[in-house]
Structures are given as C-alpha cells and as structure tokens.
Design a protein around this ligand. Structure first.
Ligand code: HEC
Length: 116
C-alpha cells in the first residue's frame, strides 16, 4: 500500500466515523484564509468569488457547490482529497483543507443552511 493510499483510507475511515480531521490542527478553520487559498489554487477552473469574471463555464462555481443539497464541509473536503475525474489532485495541508471547506460553506445561501 502506498503512503497516499494509506492516507486516503485513513481519511475515509475518519469521515465514516464522523471524526473531524482536527487532530494535529490546532486553530479553528479560517474561512478568510480559505478564500485566499481558493483564489490562488482554484480560480483557474472554478468561479471562486462573485467578483471573479473568468472561469471554466463547465465547472461548478463554489457558490453552486456550497448550495448543493445536503452539502457539508466533510463532503467538500473529501472531494478535494479525492477529486472526480477532470479535477486534479491539489496538494493542500489538512488545515488548508479545513479553511477551503469553511470558505466554500460561507457561500451557502441562508435558506439552504436552514434545511441541511
Ligand atoms: C484544473 C481545474 C480545477 C482546479 C484547479 C480545481 N478544480 Fe475543483 N473541480 C474541477 C472539475 C472539473 C470538477 C467537477 C468534477 C465532477 O464532479 O465531475 C470539480 C469539482 C470540485 C468539487 C466537487 C463539487 C461537487 O459536485 O460537489 C469541489 C468541492 C471542488 N472541485 C473544490 C476545489 C477546490 C477547493 C479547488 C482548489 C483547491 C479546486 N476545486 C480546484 C476542476 C478543478
């Protein structure tokens, strides 16, 4: 088993167990830091902020991702760690992963937040 496979398995089992990735991460997720990261790492493909004018039209915007029914930070993090085809694996640290998911969830509309 490669280290990467081991990491993915450990990650999935943590999600399955409902355990947060918090472990060695000491600070709370920081959506503002996530916003900066997203603009740097993700905006080539995704519409990250509403001010952004250029992105790939075939790729869901972060607002759309945030508003998917039943969306959670956990499932966003899982999709960053194990992307579907067409999205590359982007190496980010665990705390960056939390920050990105926290940022994306700030884009969720209020009415969606009320029925998770
Ligand atoms: C090279 C282009 C590219 C980059 C860069 C990229 N993505 Fe994606 N992303 C995609 C594509 C394409 C999909 C759609 C895959 C699918 O679901 O079929 C996707 C899907 C996603 C999804 C799942 C959406 C869903 O349907 O739930 C998340 C979450 C996501 N991206 C987050 C990110 C984050 C966070 C970053 C930056 C760290 C990022 N992406 C960078 C191309 C990219």
């Amino acid at each position: 088993m490669t280290a990467r496979t081991a990491f993915i398995l450990a990650f999935l089992s943590m999600i399955a167990a409902g355990v947060s990735l918090a472990g060695p991460v000491t600070s709370a997720p920081d959506a503002e830091r996530g916003n900066g990261l997203a603009q740097r790492l993700c905006s080539n493909c995704h519409l990250v902020t509403s001010e952004q004018t250029h992105a790939n039209a075939d790729i869901p915007s972060f607002r759309e991702i945030a508003n998917k029914q039943g969306q959670t930070e956990g499932s966003i993090m899982a999709r960053i760690v194990i992307p579907k085809h067409a999205m590359p694996v982007i190496p980010v640290s665990k705390s960056e992963l939390h920050d990105l998911a926290a940022y994306i969830m700030t884009l969720r509309d209020t009415e969606q937040r009320m029925r998770p």
